[in-house]
Design a protein around this ligand. Sequence first.
Ligand code: PMP
Length: 401
Amino acid sequence: RFLEVPQAPPDAILGISEAFKADNSPQKMNLGVGAYRDEEGKPVVLGAVREAERRVLEDPTENKEYLGMGGIPEFCRLSARMAFGEGSAALREGRNATIQGLSGTGCLRVGGEFLSRFYPGPKIVLIPTPSWANHRAIFERCGMQVQQYRYYKADTRGLDFEGMIEDIKAAPEGAILLLHACAHNPTGVDPTPEQWQGILDAALAKKLLVFFDSAYQGFASGDLDRDGYSIRLFCDAGLELLLAQSFAKNMGLYGERVGALTVIVGDSAAAKKVESQLKITARQMYSNPPRHGASIATRILADPQLYAQWKVELKGMADRILTMRQQLYQALQEVGAPGDWGHILRQIGMFSYTGLTKAQVENMTNKWHVYMTFDGRISMAGLSSSKCGYLAQAMKDSVEN
Ligand code: PMP
């Protein structure tokens, strides 16, 4: 019956890891996947995570029963507080419906399903050009129409703010606007606070419903509050909005699938009704979320000491990435790579959008064994000091040929 099923295309990012594995060169580097590595290129389990996990395992009251459809209530409360801030009026007034979901992706999907069923406005989602590749797929799968707004400007390797505002102004009234809360993937280009205000004004004028994707809170600046700026600006302005939060990167809980989905609405009665629908949506998709990773995250968020330790470790990861930016920039100067590489210093978060073309990326991979996505994106978090020189040489060779 299934003989005619077509082969699915390889995943743009996971396919790179496959090719990387098959390469026998000792110099090979995988800068494709967005996962934090230490100086030796090894995956990291944070100290705060290890300690929280130890406590989970030793707690005699912990068990393996099902969680409720919405996950651990304390996890939901603390995740919302981390995103919206201690002083958030929306949280104080009970205007949030928050459920635990399957990391960022699962929360985007449940949010999309909820909107496709209950959003009274146009079922059109506007995503940036470019965006994380899964955004389009997720929202289309939810039956929404996906359109794009200008975001990245190749000439400046920065934000196309005018283009973005023009496209938002031209959007259908009431459409859904997907925004990366910070550390935009793949470009590493974020709006300034003034530009965020401009985006807010434009969104308000068109009565857009904002859906924040927050996969990197704390990873952009090393500071959770600073990285929550855009979310708080919009929420404190009184907007209804959605937020998909991932703890994959900032707690390094990638494979544990820890996330939270929040819908901010007009009053607490509506929040209760929305929460009931989010739970039913989860029930029909996967019944209830896994408990282990969220139990770890809850303990970190709830315990002042573990929370403080986590913040230090998070800042350490963000700082190492900044150092990598400086060292790569320096190495590019030293080898005399033609062109201006200032964007490597300006871009933030896990990635740099190098500006390398597809042909240049092919040279990087085929000749130099450097694996990266064809759009020229490299994961700064996958780089180490000892490899900056080699990478710079590979980049120089690739832009010259
Ligand atoms: N959104 C963006 C922008 C991302 O970069 C990622 C991770 N690559 C995600 C969402 C989702 O990641 P996860 O499901 O692992 O939390």
